[in-house]
Design a binder for this molecule. Structure first.
Ligand code: UGA
Length: 435
């Protein structure tokens, strides 16, 4: 198959590289000259484990190219994936579709022969109809089937998720597109990934429903964690106990400082707006959004309480800044609200993150950045573990403690067992560990 991917950001790049690795002939397109020039050299603009090696091997195998020329790249393609951003629109939380529609207009004039135009970007119900309408109005002769093919990749595990998905969702209104999309994903049959063919509007909604459900699941266990703290129970055990029920499932039941990232916050807000637009309110999702926002702000109060109620003049060491490990992404990261909250109450903050510090520097003012966890601990009145990077899971606890002024350890990801921390002489505060 000849495949053109419009938008070489996170989703576009991972999709393009993995499809090339399946043996398809792929061209990834972007407007950004510098980005395309770098990608041609195998220089990847994002941090994603395994991605650079896969880009390089597929470039040298001749299956993967990069281009800024949309019309020339789209013309021979059997499938054009739209993988541009759909950020929250400033002010109202709706998904901003201007990039998607701009691509649809450009693609309309460029397609030749029967072409599948598949949306990978997360888009509200009805966007596929609008894309089809735009293409038909600009180029009435275009023989195009517009398909919704949402992606379910997690940052940090994107290649694994692409190659071993739980399912592939394909929403379409044209049987010819079904054949083409079956061919695109044929290599995944080896992994027995179910292909769910459905209507286009249904596929669009599946993506939002999946992300909102996961965000709700996390928020549920976070509230149970709060209850555990005051009721004298252990959320880790509660999560295990409920997760062993197959109907509930054990994943996404890890209590923490609140979900962040480029997807859950944006998609939950957008689903709330979609519900409002259709007059069918998404009340559980509305509540999830509000609980999570409050939670991220509440984390600084938790740290202040662990420090005896006052952090004025104290130094707090923060381990982990990105919204989760194995990414350099700081979008909506709980660390941002936490650090601002601590600074507002007069604390100095020292922080370290294996990948996120470049972005953090421009996002959060007044933080001193350390070179590693031990330097972060030096002279600190408390350490807060915010992101569970592997290197924070096996810290030399005695070394950390001896570097600190006061041995207060706030573990917002429940990485360490409370008993072990007590043995090392820490005053330990986890999440939902009221034991
Ligand atoms: C999420 C979904 O998991 C993907 O399936 C989806 O494709 C993607 O959004 C998207 O829409 O593009 P991602 O945002 O990369 O992926 O990260 P997750 O691993 O889902 O984590 C999201 C947030 O939830 C993080 O802040 C993480 O720390 C938090 N989380 C996750 C918890 O607090 N507890 C958990 O048990 C799991």
């Amino acid at each position: 198959m000849k495949i053109a991917i419009v938008g070489s950001g996170y989703v576009g790049l991972v999709t393009g590289v993995c499809l090339a690795d399946f043996g398809h002939e792929v061209v990834c397109i972007d407007k950004d000259d510098a980005k395309i020039a770098a990608l041609r050299e195998g220089i990847i603009p994002i941090y994603e484990p395994g991605l650079d090696a896969l880009v390089k091997s597929n470039i040298s195998a001749g299956r993967l190219r990069f281009s800024t020329d949309l019309p020339a790249s789209v013309a021979p393609a059997d499938v054009v994936f739209i993988a541009v951003g759909t950020p929250s629109r400033r002010g109202d939380g709706h998904a901003d579709l201007s990039f998607v529609y701009a691509v649809a207009r450009e693609v309309a004039g460029a397609v030749t022969g029967f072409t599948v135009v598949a949306t990978k970007s997360t888009v509200p119900v009805g966007t596929g109809d609008e894309v089809a309408h735009i293409i038909a109005s600009i180029n009435p002769d275009a023989d195009v089937a517009v398909v919704s093919n949402p992606e379910f990749l997690r940052e940090g595990a994107a290649i694994e998720d692409f190659k071993r998905p739980d399912r592939i969702v394909i929403g379409l209104e044209d049987d010819r597109a079904r054949e083409v999309m079956t061919e695109v994903y044929r290599p995944l049959y080896l992994n027995q990934a179910p292909l769910q063919f459905t209507a286009r509007r249904t596929a669009e909604l599946i993506k939002y429903a999946a992300n909102a459900f996961l965000a709700m699941k996390i928020t549920f266990i976070n509230e149970i964690a709060d209850l555990c703290e005051v009721a004298g129970a252990d959320v880790q055990e509660v999560a295990r106990g409920i997760g062993l029920d197959n109907r509930i499932g054990s994943k996404f039941l890890h209590a923490g400082p609140g979900y962040g990232g480029s997807c859950f916050p944006k998609d939950t807000q957008a689903l709330v707006k979609i519900g409002q637009d259709f007059g069918s309110p998404m009340r559980l999702v509305e509540t999830t959004v509000s609980i999570n926002d409050h939670r991220k702000r509440a984390m600084s109060r938790k740290v202040i309480a662990a420090c005896g109620g006052d952090v004025r003049g104290k130094t707090i060491g923060v381990l982990g800044l990105t919204f989760k490990p194995n990414t350099d992404d700081m979008r909506e990261a709980p660390s941002i609200d936490l650090i601002r909250g601590l600074q507002d109450r007069g604390a100095s903050v020292v922080a370290f993150d294996p990948q996120g510090m470049d972005t953090a520097r421009s996002l959060i003012e007044g933080v001193r950045f350390a070179d590693n966890a031990y330097e972060t601990a030096r002279g600190a009145d408390a350490i807060v573990l915010v992101t569970e990077w592997n290197e924070f899971r096996s810290l030399d606890l005695d070394r950390i403690k001896s570097a600190m002024i006061a041995p207060v350890f706030v573990d917002l990801r429940n990485v360490y067992p409370p008993q072990e921390m007590a043995r090392h002489g820490f005053t330990y505060v986890g999440i939902g560990r009221g034991i």
